[in-house]
Design a protein around this ligand. Structure first.
Ligand code: S3P
Length: 177
């Protein structure tokens, strides 16, 4: 099967720290699709970092900008978009994503998310300054709220130990099915 896909729009969703950007970039390259990172698009739109948007404008303003950036993909084709962890959970964004392309949930368990986020918690505004216990609780509570939405994805892929080539194969198989 050729590596080049046309008419292919892939939205990667999942909790922060699950590897959406890393997998997204690799998947786009393997399938010769354009790659976009929604967090980066919001930063470009706001002309400041996500951290500063949260700090000076607040989360509501961030969610609004995030949703506006997401909707610029309406009708677009041949891309992989790595969404932010909260993207599908606001303003009915999951409906939009499911309509516009193939939605993939990169699923990771709480303990693995904790291990990945504990080292990066000071660069992520929603978990900045948390103690380890607070972080554990945040992951548990937030995942409990979001899981139902994430699981509406067309493909739910456990991401622990997943290789980029395996993700590509799962996408290709889904497309053939
Ligand atoms: C968020 C996840 C972040 C970013 C923002 C809020 C969330 O994206 O959009 O800090 O609410 O889960 P990543 O999942 O790419 O870290």
């Amino acid at each position: 099967m050729a590596d080049h896909f046309t008419d292919m729009n892939i939205f990667l969703t999942g909790f922060m720290g699950s590897g959406k950007s890393t997998f997204g970039r690799k998947l786009a390259k393997q399938l010769s699709l354009r790659f976009y990172d929604l967090d980066k698009m919001v930063e470009e739109k706001a002309k400041c970092s996500i951290e500063d948007i949260f700090k000076y404008l607040g989360e509501d303003a961030f969610r609004k900008m995030e949703s506006e950036c997401l909707h610029t993909f309406e009708g677009q084709e041949n891309f992989v978009l790595s969404c932010g962890g909260g993207t599908p959970c606001y303003f009915g964004n999951m409906e939009f994503i499911l309509e516009q392309g193939l939605c993939i949930y990169l699923e990771m368990d709480e303990a693995s998310l904790f291990n990945r986020l504990v080292h990066a918690k000071n660069v992520r505004p929603t978990i900045k300054g948390f103690t380890e216990e607070e972080l554990k609780l945040f992951i548990k509570d937030t995942l409990a709220k979001r899981r139902e939405i994430y699981e509406r994805a067309h493909l739910v892929i456990p991401v622990l130990n997943l290789k980029p080539a395996e993700l590509k194969e799962l996408v290709e198989n889904h497309r053939k099915a």
